[in-house]
Design a binder for this molecule. Sequence first.
Ligand SMILES: C/C(NCc1cnc(C)nc1N)=C(/S)[C@H](O)COP(=O)(O)OP(=O)(O)O
Ligand SMILES: [Mg+2]
Length: 562
Amino acid sequence: GKFTVGDYLAERLAQVGVRHHFVVPGDYNLILLDKLQAHPDLKEVGCANELNCSLAAEGYARANGISACVVTYSVGALSAFNGTGSAYAENLPLVLISGSPNTNDPSQYHILHHTLGHPDYTYQYEMAKKITCCAVAIPRAIDAPRLIDRALRAAILARKPCYIEIPTNLAGATCVRPGPISAITDPITSDKSALEAAAKCAAEYLDGKLKPVILVGPKAGRAGSEKELIEFAEAMGCAVALQPAAKGMFPEDHKQFVGIFWGQVSSDAADAMVHWADAMICVGAVFNDYSTVGWTAVPNIPLMTVDMDHVTFPGAHFSRVRMCEFLSHLATQVTFNDSTMIEYKRLKPDPPHVHTAEREEPLSRKEISRQVQEMLTDKTSLFVDTGDSWFNGIQLKLPPGAKFEIEMQWGHIGWSIPAAFGYALRHPDRHTIVLVGDGSFQVTAQEVSQMVRFKVPITIMLINNRGYTIEVEIHDGSYNKIKNWDYAMLVEAFNSTDGHAKGLLANTAGELADAIKVAESHKEGPTLIECTIDQDDCSKELITWGHYVAAANARPPRNMSV
Ligand SMILES: C/C(NCc1cnc(C)nc1N)=C(/S)[C@H](O)COP(=O)(O)OP(=O)(O)O
Ligand SMILES: [Mg+2]
């Protein structure tokens, strides 16, 4: 048959590495879905709603490097904007694709369904521009190759989402076949002179410094620089601290790992090392209100920062220097200096004694963490949702090979359920485990039914503390209470007559241990374990962190009258 706009998009998505595309159908995108479905390399994954569809694509992009979410106009896309915002905040190239009205409708001033009820349908495209690095609306079939290629290349280079809007009557319109994919995927390498000048500046910055420390942030992983980071760190010989959102991006069993730097809620004396440093090399770091504990933990020495495509020093900036190329170049230039590791050996706290609860003891947060720690292997990918799960997850020690996924910049409660689903489809080889609170779970619970449908054996540790405990610790009120569900029963409901999920309840340490054994041998579908703990049984880190974040939120408005 004829080659169409939809076929062009399908071929390009397959060429950039997409193997599953996440969809919710609607009459503006049905022809497009047919074309995507027809591509041999693409597997269509239906989701229960467009918020979850976009969050599943966000999680898929973490596993695959790029993802696609296909929704219908307005009623679909406006929900998918939330997962797209997450992809923007988290530096993930999610391709948001939306069907849109027939190209004849605007000039006929037609009032159409799913729209705001007036004949101007450009509002979605205008909104999409704000939350993507490139937004295109295809006006004619002949423009499709140029605009689709532009959006895909922009997303791949910037590691940000892009938006492609395809009118319902263009998806099946005739289109030329795509040219070489290298035109889309070839990276922009560092400018040679900028790279050399930046390396020279680094030598000057480090010259004479006695106690350099490397601080790793979340963009180090997103830039695909984990290998070069290890090379650089080993050439330096110095302490390596990680921001919480970067957990898992540098091996925690590495001899130079000194813990998570998170101000007063740091782990393993990482804060002492950062405060002791006389030089700090920030690699992909993001200093926001949460990672600086309400601005109480902002480094106060001059920094050298290595970002995804530029490098800065006190008094210098170099554009078009790619992080991975700069780090591996520096690794051949720097002088080995392990003074910080010698000091760390003096400071490193002894591992805390962890109490093992008796089987009949009521479950506590500490006992859950102890048992989850024992679940972690080199095959584990651990997702931690917004809530005390952040703190419990970040305090866990990752064994070699274990991976960690967190959404600390966007922080959408419930993200972990669809995101883990999308991730696990791309990584069936890994054991995906989710740490999620009861409040978060209630936001996106429907996607457990997709885990049942696609037989994805994810283990969901649902921490039921009867409400929004993070919010309770920041600022309490009746709004932090939620209606309790029978979570184990809910999973049975998703099974209906043809599902194989397991829903288990653990009120005691023994029941949790037994439930984890069931989960580890259950491969036919997800296992949800509801772990009940007291509402105020939260980590000490959450209470400290919540106190400072609440203070930052409460800063009075500057006196504007003078
Ligand atoms: C309501 C909200 N944040 C505000 C919020 C509201 N809506 C969205 C989409 N995202 C958000 N972060 C948060 S962190 C709750 O404490 C989460 O509760 P839960 O999942 O139960 O975890 P904890 O009990 O450990 O806090
Ligand atoms: Mg809760």
